[in-house]
Ligand binder design. Structure first.
Ligand code: ZN
Length: 166
């Protein structure tokens, strides 16, 4: 089972890691979880095109029943496990694929280390990236809303983390 680097979760809204949070943002996300039945998923061909460059650079996608179970256990919809490996649901959304690929780049650029600050900053950057390409990739409205909520959430986490440290 791959474990490094320990970037816990992406499209992290649903992650078990954060479920004990009681902030307003968290409440909003838990509500949104119920709406995720309306997921707009992408087909294999579209996924293949999106990950072509990642594959060419040696990247691998873990996407089978085992991966599905792993994601479920982690409470995430997608996870980047290392700079060469991402785990996706069998039927991922375009936001999930784009976000993980973006995190891969961040790993390769050395932007993510084991500190929470680096991870929160990486998440903020990733959500901003998703918002910047929403028209380019025709990202569904539901996912844009989720991304905006995620952005707020990570900003809050970062702020709390900084208050703790200084
Ligand atoms: Zn993420």
């Amino acid at each position: 089972m791959p474990t490094l680097p320990a970037h816990p979760n992406c499209r992290c809204a649903l992650s078990a890691y954060w479920k004990d949070e009681k902030s307003n943002v968290e409440v909003a996300r838990l509500k949104r979880k119920k709406n995720t039945e309306k997921r707009v998923t992408i087909n294999k061909e579209k996924q293949r095109k999106l990950i072509a460059e990642f594959r060419k650079n040696g990247g691998k996608v873990w996407q089978d029943a085992e991966a599905e179970a792993y994601l479920k256990k982690k409470g995430a919809n997608a996870i980047v496990l290392s700079e060469d490996l991402i785990a996706l649901k069998n039927k991922p959304t375009i936001s999930e694929v784009l976000e993980e690929l973006y995190h891969v780049k961040q790993f390769r650029d050395g932007k993510i280390d084991l500190t929470n600050v680096s991870r929160y900053k990486a998440e903020i950057e990733a959500q901003n990236y998703l918002l910047s390409v929403k028209n380019l990739y025709n990202i569904p409205k539901e996912e844009i809303l989720e991304t905006k909520a995620n952005l707020q959430y990570w900003k809050e986490r970062l702020k709390n983390e900084k208050n703790r440290n200084y």
